[in-house]
Structures are given as structure tokens and as C-alpha cells.
Design a protein around this ligand. Structure first.
Ligand code: MV4
Length: 501
């Protein structure tokens, strides 16, 4: 492993830009790949070179391993950074990179294999002495076995797809009579989502928190953690707000979780940046949930409090360098991230692709916008509608919340609908402000967060529109009253008509 000179970023949007920014600082040349829907995307403009890898559907472009590898070869890249999503956790792609002599900036394929399937990961973790949610390590073969096992564990239980993730193929079961139909539903959803109908059982944890630990390992066997991120503010398994430190951890619990996360990573021979996800129950017991073998969307909050560039260290570790920040690391202050989506909260968070006609991105002290769009850009409908991640840092949590509210209120996106107002409402939600919100928070607060329209604002809007119309009409009328005898088009003389937009 030597110095990397050129990196192909096998991704799009904000994360592709994020990775390229660090490459540029390190003097590393960048290659973008793009689909036909992304010709005018910002990540293409950020890169030193760009290769079209296929039609809009991800399967034929960003997920097409051969086309990505071909672009890497043609461009003379010596490494591939996968970002998150797409090919980032695909062990067969890692092997294909290895075979092509390309450095994959991420963990070895064997670590991905170990963590990819939930039941296999649970088996590894139990062996390593990592606490997992009580339940089975192996898939359940028959409905009869499910009945016996569920009764032994005690209801409520959770059926989970072995191949799964993201809440698919997951069913909560309150009591024995419901097991039959839940079993069938979980299996068929698991099969259609993951091509694998294997299902296992866990004890159901009521109102857990989702807390994850950032880990980092180098190829020399040094493994450390960089504290936690609180990610309980999710809706439908999509994170909306992330923060660090978690308001529910104390130093002792943090140290215990960090130690366990490092143990988990070491046990699978992990190298690079990874995240160990835990569920934390009401008694503050914590249980391994899964490991994400990639850089996470929410890594900026960890960068804020540690002052480190995680992408830079991914690259250095891939070059064979030792980790520089062997513990103790002393994270400072508080950071919050809000995900800005092109979606309409009032219409069930329906994606709202389309042309951005005006964009004002917030700035000022300790505000960071990881964006992937620009004014005049059309957000395509083919991909995830996240357009930016807004993150802030402050010495304390209340100050970080104030700063986030200030930054959100500066944000202006016209032409498409965004969740910006919803994000502001989250910052004002009593549960969030109190700092004790579990994974059910956004669901419970749903109506309050959508807010009600202020009738006075409706009146103001009507008046403004009447004034605007009046001015337009006067302007047109002035044009109509052209000097006598000039050749004013006949249609103008009758009535100015509606202003054309
Ligand atoms: C659970 C759980 C309660 N008990 N497992 C949802 C996504 C998947 N990765 C794990 N999930 C859950 N697993 C047991 N045994 C509750 C959830 C859960 C959840 C977890 C993390 C973040 C948000 C969540 C929202 C709803 C349910």
C-alpha cells in the first residue's frame, strides 16, 4: 500500500462532494461517476474528471460494478471511495476491486461478510462477548419452532429478517395468536426484500434509544472509538436528526459502550471507519443491533466534536498509515445534524423533486452545510431526495439547538418543497429540548410537528398577492396606453390579461 494519487468516488450527491473536498485538500485527484440523470449534478462539477456509467436507474449505473470498475481503469484511478449506500457494503464489489488491483477505501470483504447478515453478526458478537438483544442466533426453521421459542423468550417479541436491515421483514408480535400471520408476513417480506426468507426472533424492547458508536481501525491492529451519536429521531427508519454527545449517556455508560464497540470491530478484523449500532432500553441496558461497515451519513457531528476529518483518515488507513489519534481523545462541546430533504411533510413526506429556482445556504460561526445541489439545479426523481445535511457545533446542547434554529431559519430553497419547517419544529419539540427522546418520538409528535397554518398569515398572503396583481395590471395598462397611431398589437388593446410567469 502506497500513496493514493487518484480516487474514483462511486457515489453521487452530497457524500460524493464531501469525499472529493478532502481529496482536494490532500492533493489527490478525483474522478466522478454519474448516470444520465446526473449530467448536471454538482458532484460532476466538483471532480477533476467525470465518467458517465449508464442510464438513470441505480441498478444500471451507480450499482453496476463492471461499469464503475471500467471507469476506474479508464481514468487511471488507484482507489475507490464508495461513500454510503450503493456499493459501500457490498463484499463482492470489494473482492472485485481487490482483483482489479484497486484499493477499496473501506473494510476488508471478510469483515463485511461477518457483519452483513444479522444472524451471522449475532453469532460473531455472542462469541466475542458483546451483549446482543436477547433472542435466537440462528434462523427459525418452522412455525412450530417459532411458537416454542417465542414463548420461551416471552412476548412481546420481534420477528426479524436474517438478511435484513432498515426495518424490512420486521414484525412485532404481541401474543401467541398473532404469531401465525406475522410469521408469514415477515418471511414473505424478507424474501422479496433480501432474496432470503430466513427469520429469527428477538425480545421486543419498548421505546428503545438508537445510539451508535463510531469506530476506527488501522491495518496494524489498532482499533479505537470516537464516542457516540444519538440517532433516535427517526421516522420510518430514516434518521432525521443526529447529535453527539447523546443526552442519555453518562461517562460510565459511554466508556462501556465504546469498549464493547471496539471489541465488536476487533472480533471481525475490522479496518477503516465503521459504526456499531446499539439499542438502549429504558433501564439503560445496551444491546448490539448491527454494524454498518461504511462511513455514515451522520459522520459530521463526530467530526465537529473531535476536530478530525474522518474521510482523511479513511484514506490514510487505506494507504497503510497508522491511526494518529490513539486514545485518549477528548471530544468537545455539542454537535447536531439535520437532514434537509426535497419532500413534503404535509403530503406524507412525498418526495418533491424539481428545479431549485433559488437557494440560500446558511453560514456563520460553527455552521456547516454538506450540500449536493445549487440554484438552477433540477433534483431528479431517481434517487434519495436528501439535498443537504446541515450541522452545527456549540459548547453546550442548548446553544447548539439555538444555533441550529438560527441556521435553519436562514435556509431558503425555492422551487421545490423541503422539510425545513418540519426540522425547525423538531428543534422546538419539548421532548427534543428535554433531551430524552426515544425511537418513537417523531411518530408520537407527528401532528404537532406538521403544525397548523396561522390564519393571519393566510390573510397577509392574500393581501400581498392582491397588491402584486394590482401592480402588474398597472404595468400592463401603461403598456396599453401607447401613443396614438403606434402599431400596438390588437390583443393588447383589449385587456392586459394575467401576468405570464
Ligand atoms: C428492535 C426494536 C425493538 N426491539 N428490536 C428498527 C430497524 C432495525 N434496524 C432495528 N429496529 C428496531 N429493532 C427489538 N428487539 C425497535 C426497533 C426500532 C428502531 C430501532 C432503531 C431506530 C429506530 C427504530 C424505530 C422503530 C423500531
Amino acid at each position: 500500500m502506497g500513496k493514493i494519487r487518484k480516487i474514483l468516488v462511486a457515489n453521487r450527491g452530497e457524500i460524493a462532494i464531501r469525499v472529493m473536498r478532502t481529496c482536494q485538500e490532500l492533493g489527490i485527484s478525483t474522478v466522478a461517476v454519474f448516470s444520465e440523470a446526473d449530467r448536471s449534478a454538482l458532484h460532476v462539477r466538483q471532480a477533476n474528471q467525470a465518467h458517465c456509467v449508464g442510464p438513470p436507474p441505480s441498478r444500471e449505473s451507480y450499482l453496476a460494478q463492471d461499469r464503475i470498475l471500467q471507469a476506474a481503469k479508464q481514468s487511471g484511478a488507484d482507489a475507490i471511495h464508495p461513500g454510503y449506500g450503493f456499493l459501500s457494503e457490498n463484499a463482492s464489489f470489494v473482492r472485485a476491486c481487490d482483483q482489479a488491483g484497486l484499493v477499496f477505501i473501506g473494510p476488508p470483504a471478510s469483515a463485511m461478510d461477518a457483519m452483513g447478515e444479522k444472524t451471522r453478526a449475532r453469532t460473531h458478537m455472542i462469541k466475542a462477548g458483546v451483549p446482543v438483544v436477547p433472542g435466537t442466533a440462528e434462523p427459525i426453521a418452522t412455525l412450530e419452532e417459532a411458537r416454542v421459542t417465542a414463548q420461551k423468550i416471552g412476548f412481546p417479541i420481534m420477528l426479524k429478517a436474517a438478511g435484513g436491515g432498515g426495518g424490512k421483514g420486521m414484525r412485532r408480535v404481541e401474543a401467541l395468536p398473532e404469531l401465525d400471520s406475522a410469521w408469514r408476513a415477515a418471511r414473505s417480506e424478507a424474501l422479496s426484500s433480501f432474496g432470503n426468507d430466513a427469520v429469527y426472533i428477538e425480545k421486543y424492547l419498548e421505546q428503545p434509544h438508537h445510539v451508535e458508536i463510531q469506530v476506527f481501525a488501522d491495518a496494524q491492529g489498532n482499533t479505537i472509538h470516537l464516542n457516540e451519536r444519538e440517532c433516535s429521531a427517526q421516522r420510518r427508519h430514516q434518521k432525521v436528526i443526529e447529535e453527539t454527545p447523546s443526552p442519555i449517556l453518562n461517562p460510565k455508560l459511554r466508556a462501556a459502550m465504546g469498549e464493547v464497540a471496539v471489541k465488536a470491530a476487533r472480533s471481525v478484523g475490522y479496518v477503516g471507519a465503521g459504526t456499531v449500532e446499539f439499542l438502549v432500553d429504558v433501564h439503560r441496558n445496551f444491546y448490539f443491533l448491527e454494524m454498518n461497515t461504511r462511513l455514515q451519513v451522520e459522520h459530521p457531528v463526530t467530526e465537529w466534536v473531535t476536530g478530525q476529518d474522518l474521510v482523511a483518515w479513511q484514506i490514510k488507513v487505506a494507504e497503510g498509515e497508522k491511526l494518529p489519534f490513539l486514545e485518549p481523545l477528548h471530544p468537545r462541546g455539542h454537535a447536531i445534524e439535520a437532514r434537509v430533504y426535497a419532500e413534503d411533510p404535509a403530503r406524507g413526506f412525498l418526495p418533491s423533486p424539481g428545479k431549485i429556482t433559488y437557494l440560500r445556504v446558511p453560514g456563520g460561526p460553527n455552521v456547516r452545510d454538506d450540500g449536493g445541489v445549487y440554484a438552477g439545479y433540477t433534483v431528479p426523481s431517481f434517487y434519495d431526495p436528501m439535498i443537504s445535511k446541515l450541522s452545527v457545533w456549540a459548547p453546550t446542547r442548548p446553544e447548539a439547538i439555538s444555533r441550529m434554529k438560527r441556521a435553519l431559519s436562514e435556509y431558503v430553497v425555492k422551487g421545490i418543497t423541503t422539510n425545513l419547517r418540519y426540522l425547525l419544529a423538531v428543534m422546538d419539540a419539548p421532548e427534543f429540548v428535554a433531551g430524552d427522546y426515544d425511537t418513537g418520538f417523531l411518530g408520537r409528535a407527528h401532528q404537532a410537528l406538521l403544525g397548523t397554518e396561522d390564519p393571519r398569515l393566510r390573510e397577509v398572503a392574500l393581501m400581498a398577492s392582491a397588491v402584486y396583481r394590482h401592480q402588474q395590471d398597472r404595468a400592463r395598462a401603461a403598456q396599453v396606453q401607447a401613443p396614438r397611431g403606434t402599431a400596438t398589437p390588437r390583443r393588447w388593446r383589449r385587456f392586459p390579461g394575467r401576468p405570464r410567469s
